[in-house]
Design a protein. Structure first.
Length: 440
């Protein structure tokens, strides 16, 4: 069996965390290819190295001396090196970076150095191979990953390596210059390495023991999700229950590789395993018919009423164009015979609500367009829900028994989830009510 293990910023934050990482890797010979992030925060008031590197670039861009900021970065790495008694020549590495900074190199190069140095430290600590991501992760000029070239070069680099450390977050353009993923992109690097190396599992080590069935800030001590399908994960992540970068799902999903979310600080906890959508399993391993609950606040509803709407072609299309023309993304579109509702995040709408309402009314010939603010959306997810009668009734009863008014209901034909809209003031109570109804 072959395992690819990615360690996040909190796992790489200081020497004590690197000791945990080393012990985890050395405890299993199947963990052969390691992907790392830049050091994260050691405590609440601390700085992430990547944030400091972005700040360094900002100083250079506006001709402000960057030396004080970069000294903080140097000290972090020097401290780790000293406490772990490593041999790596950091002075040489810092000189190369500062020479590039003085030449006003671009932002992507600067911020990628966090992962680069982090991987050098860990490779030295493990006494294993270091493989620079720029030599194995390749981008096209449009920003997409060149999968064919990446697979070829990555397999070539890994085939003779017993164990190797690869920096996450970045790769290179065809001209050799550095290109980074979006923030959190080391998760994507790990998924790509897992997919193209033919790994049996992709372990993503972070500071939580996988996914919880509900937000622990709302529900006291929620159960841990032991297994979750990619489809269920997408539904929950979209509503805010996120542990790893969304784009990290796709390379592993396409290759049929399970992702195991693990906790560096609790290595004996099996975490959450993300499995193929077609995998058949009995619930989520907890004995509960639902897999999880997640939600978001602060949505706005445009309720459009037009008599005999069902007999007219293009009414909804014209309404949606009003939002499309302004680059506004729609979340949900529940409809009736003579009405439909357009639901989208409230952020940025306040100044144009009346303008939007009047334009919809004019373009659609609607009798009325009413706006309702402060709506929360809550999704209850479970791939086995479709095979269990009475799920909707149980959910609605739980909300009714807690005097929570339902403003919207949306259930897709796949029946993997039920989305309800409630007022923002009822958000936390609604999640607790649903959780209490389904989880014993």
């Amino acid at each position: 069996m072959l395992k690819v293990a990615k360690f996040g910023g909190t796992s790489m934050a200081d020497s004590s965390q690197l000791k945990k990482v080393r012990d985890i890797i050395n405890s299993d010979d199947e963990r052969r290819f390691i992907v790392v992030s830049a050091p994260g925060k050691r405590f609440n008031e601390d700085n992430k190295i990547t944030d400091l590197l972005y700040l360094t670039h900002a100083h250079i861009k506006f001709s402000v001396p960057y030396a004080p900021i970069f000294k903080i970065i140097e000290d972090r790495y020097d401290l780790i090196k000293g406490e772990l008694h490593l041999n790596i020549d950091l002075e040489k590495e810092f000189k190369i970076i500062k020479d590039n900074l003085d030449d006003k190199c671009d932002e992507d190069y600067i911020v990628s150095r966090g992962e680069y140095l982090s991987a050098l430290l860990l490779a030295d600590y493990l006494n294993c191979d270091f493989i620079d991501a720029k030599d194995v992760i390749f981008f096209n000029y449009d920003g997409s990953v060149n999968n064919e070239k990446t697979k070829e070069k990555l397999c070539e680099a890994l085939q003779n390596s017993k164990r190797a450390v690869i920096p996450g977050f970045y790769g290179s353009y065809p001209d050799g210059s550095i290109k980074v993923f979006s923030r959190g992109g080391s998760d994507i690097t790990g998924a790509i390495v897992a997919a193209f190396s033919g790994a049996n599992v992709y372990e993503n080590w972070t500071d939580v023991s996988g996914f919880m069935m509900a937000d622990p800030r709302i529900v006291n001590n929620p159960k841990q999700i032991k297994k979750i399908t990619y489809q269920e994960l997408r539904e929950l992540s979209y509503m805010g229950a996120s542990v790893l970068h969304d784009e990290a799902i796709f390379p592993a999903r396409e290759a049929g590789i399970p992702i195991n979310i693990r906790n560096t600080n609790e290595p004996d906890n099996p975490g959450t395993v993300i499995i193929d959508d077609n995998s058949v399993y009995d619930g989520n391993g907890n004995g509960d018919i639902i897999t999880g609950i997640a939600g978001r606040k602060n949505f706005t509803v445009f309720y459009v009423h037009k008599e005999h709407m069902a007999n007219e072609v293009g009414v909804v299309k014209r309404a949606l164009e009003v939002f499309e023309d302004r680059g506004l993304s729609i979340e949900h579109l529940p409809s009736g015979i003579d009405s439909f509702s357009i639901i989208l995040p409230s952020e940025g709408l306040e100044r144009i609500i009346h303008e939007l309402s009047e334009e919809i009314k004019t373009k659609c010939g609607a009798q009325s367009v009413n706006v309702f603010k402060s709506l929360s959306l809550i999704t209850t997810v479970g791939i086995k829900m479709a095979y269990k009668p009475g799920i909707s009734a149980k959910l609605f009863t739980a909300l009714g028994d807690n005097n929570i008014n339902i403003r919207m209901i949306d259930q897709g034909s796949s029946e993997i989830n039920i989305i309800v809209g409630v007022e923002d003031k009822d958000f936390e109570d609604a999640i607790r009510a649903i959780y209490g109804a389904f989880v014993k």
